[in-house]
Write a protein that binds this ligand. Sequence first.
Ligand code: PLP
Length: 379
Amino acid sequence: MSTLFQNYARRPVHIVNGQGTIVTDDQGKEYLDFTSGIAVVSLGHAHPAIVEALKQQSEKLWHISNLFASPEQEQLAAALVTDTPFGQAFFCNSGAEANEAAIKLARRHTKKNIIITFEQSFHGRTFGAMSATGQDKVRQGFGPLLETFRTIPYNDKQQLEAAIDEDVAAIMLEAIQGEGGVNQLDPDVAQAITDICQEKGILLIIDEVQTGISRTGTRYAYEQTNLQPDIITLAKGLGGGFPIGAMLGTKALAESFGPGTHGTTFGGNPLAVAVAQAVINIVFEDEFLQQVQRTSDYLIDKLQATLPQDQFAIRGEGLLLGIVCQDEVAPIIQQAEAAGLLLVQAGTHVIRLLPPLTVTNEEIDKAIAILASILLDEK
Ligand code: PLP
């Protein structure tokens, strides 16, 4: 029997090496990795720039804690907030932690405690983030949950308006729900959220843990919407595989997180910050973002040309795409793996495509050939 808690339904493949989009298992079999470790390995596996950043930092200083000044955190924070509404950053170690920070900041700043969240959302597994998450399967068996979240349907303006009262501190959402099925926010609802937040002084928290750091073809997904966030949360792609999370907030929120209010031992650790800085230096470049958009267009065009549109809908932005299938996708994902393509699902009926942002058109062609052989064969 395994010595590990069986809280993950692990696939039996043991990956031992990764270079770019290709990973290799312990039997020497190669796979195209269209999961990026669930939207994490943004520059592909073992990108030389981040390997070098980690090597150099590992010879200087691994850890010193947030008891001391950190010009490196300052520099990374400045890079993350440039040309955004944000003025402040807080570093932590994961997406759930970034969301905990956001929930705490919103409550402390507004002195209110209700946060509106949405069905099918995913915000993490800690108590606050889990209570915010709009999926029963995530929360089952852990009750009673925090009762201060009001969870409503994602694209329903009327229910949104009905849920607002004077106790609401914040609205918290993903601009595209990743885990929940690659669900996109209706622009009308986005506008209603912006209007409500402005009229009522309600904070807007956007969880960009999956969509952020250029995954959707812009630095942050909210940039493609009419949402005007006060807070965003980041993790996953920020470290390109090294654990780091972040919360960005407007200057108006700065005083609500004064000394001693919130913290973490490891957050913004020198190794994590060095790697994240190397990631940002590349993925925030205009030319890199344009390339992500071109790659996305290529992938979408190819998918649409290959898969009958009455049977398979394609949705998402950038390189966070979903193929909506009529059947459950778990067996398809298994077959793809056997054929050398790693995929991850979103909900029960959506295949999520999350290749590294550096994926080539040739790799996309190979992945689509594998997908076509499975999806078209089944019909
Ligand atoms: N928020 C979103 C949108 C996510 O997709 C995830 C993870 O999938 C999280 C939060 C939680 O992040 P982590 O697993 O790093 O705690």
